[in-house]
Design a protein around this ligand. Sequence first.
Ligand SMILES: [Zn+2]
Length: 261
Amino acid sequence: MDGFCATLRLPPLQLGSMLLRRRAEFPVECISWSDFQHCPACTHKVSGISLRHWRYAWSLQCEVCGSELSPVRRDPATHVHLPTRLRTRAKEGAKWLRLANRHRDRHAGRRMDLTLQASGVLAPELRHGALFSQNRIDRFKALAAINLGMTRPLLAVALLMKNDPTVERKLRAAFPHRRKLVDRLASLAGKLRILSVWSGDNLKGQLKRHPAYISASPQPEYLAAAKLAIIQLGANADRSELLKYAESILQTARQRSVDIQ
Ligand SMILES: [Zn+2]
């Protein structure tokens, strides 16, 4: 190192401040080994320039001019619309990653690593390397997964399980030592399924069979009663039993003017 400083005629501290600091102890690889993105505006001004912060997985904007960074190769998702919610979640995920790495927070790093592993099982495009993908959508999805993994991990996976019956099987195969966690997720997904029936497309069918619930749209008190019924009887209880029980909760609450929310 000293010899290198002498060759470059730079003091060690100054050279150190110019180097990329890879944290071997941090579970998530945050620095690309090669250029994977660049700032089109800065590259246009100074040909061949390659700035250090462009290598970071969390860098989405150029720190020099503020432009959005672009993949160095042709982005296969160039013409795909990037949903605002995905963009917002990806920015939040990038922030989580940057802070955890800066503070050497290994606990957060392990959680992010597990999130990325789980994401890779559920979505092949998010397998290893998605944080540096040339496909902008895949990269944003990986960063958004980190955000959800740090804020609402169970809900995020349960929502996936609710919509895709194969997710539970994939998770059980990939994480056999996490049986209790997957059981909890399956239970939560079941409850979400029932709640979506109450508030979604199938509501009219339920109302025909249960005239006591005739209403233009599900009121918050109905949803609260449904939640209570699910908690009391369990997500796997017979749907008509759940409806009857929720009805009795509603009637009791109305008689006593109790706020059940
Ligand atoms: Zn720039």
